[in-house]
Design a protein around this ligand. Structure first.
Ligand code: 13P
Length: 253
């Protein structure tokens, strides 16, 4: 049985006092949530301590948005796994489209981060996804295969129990153009096939694969009704309490 993971990626939004208040309100609004569903929020680094405090004792998990691949040292402006662990962070987003495209992170760098996070006991959410021109050129599956194979290079079968995949087509991120449930399902089924080629069917069947890209409270049910969609990674709508609460409380249709 795969677990459902409904996550908010707050990106570079909310100051610590706002983040704390939002997290406190979210704790109240999802109190009666189904036990099979995990909810996570990924605030900016400086908001992590306040949010950790606000979600204490609740079911909400804490994730960071990035992490450096080295233990410590002269890496001005970077954040280490130990720093995240000391605050009580459990998950870390790695290879997000904005890290790949704005900050030029490569599959090789992302792979180092994934392996380092796992070695430290953090759960990586490996984000993958094709550009619009890659989809239009018929390269969707090839791109996602490459990002999975390279991103998971030398990750052991045992470690896969702690890895989450987030399929986020770049053309759907922040554009309001959510993938149809059918397109997301087809692509994610192919991603699971890649995991099966790498690790075998049993392990592949246990990996949570989220969909991300313009998910809203109105599109979540259709997406979550698909066989290979096990959660959502939500940007814009995760900053609206009502919308994100409804997303966390999705219904299968
Ligand atoms: P939006 O939901 O704003 O499209 O962002 C998706 C995303 O990038 C989550 O990581």
């Amino acid at each position: 049985m795969r677990k459902y993971l409904m996550a908010g990626n707050w990106k570079m939004n909310l100051v610590p006092s706002e983040a704390k208040k939002f997290a406190e309100d979210l704790v109240k609004s999802i109190k009666d949530l189904d036990k099979d569903v995990e909810v996570m929020i990924c605030p900016s680094f400086v908001c992590l301590p306040a949010v950790k405090e606000a979600i204490k004792g609740s079911i909400i998990k804490l994730g960071a948005q990035n992490m450096n691949e080295n233990e410590k040292g002269a890496f001005t402006g970077e954040i280490s796994a130990d720093m995240l662990l000391d605050i009580g962070v459990e998950y870390v987003l790695l290879g997000h489209s904005e890290r790949r495209h704005i900050y030029k992170e490569t599959d090789q760098l992302i792979n180092k981060k994934v392996k380092y996070a796992l070695a430290k006991g953090l759960k990586p959410v490996l984000c993958i996804g094709e550009l619009l021109e890659e989809r239009e050129a018929g390269k969707t599956d090839e791109v996602n295969r490459r990002q999975l194979v390279e991103g998971l290079k030398d990750v052991s079968a045992n470690d896969m129990a702690n890895v989450v995949i987030a399929y986020e087509p770049v053309w759907a991120i922040g554009t309001g153009k959510v993938a149809t449930p059918e397109i997301a399902e087809e692509t994610q089924a192919n991603c699971r096939k890649v995991l099966s080629d790498l690790y075998g069917q049993t392990i592949a069947n246990n990996v949570t694969i989220q969909y991300g890209g313009s998910v809203t409270d109105t599109s979540v049910d259709g997406l979550m009704s698909q066989k290979n969609i096990d959660g959502a990674l939500v940007g814009g709508a995760s900053l609206k309490l009502d919308a994100f609460t409804r997303i966390a409380k999705f219904n299968k249709v």
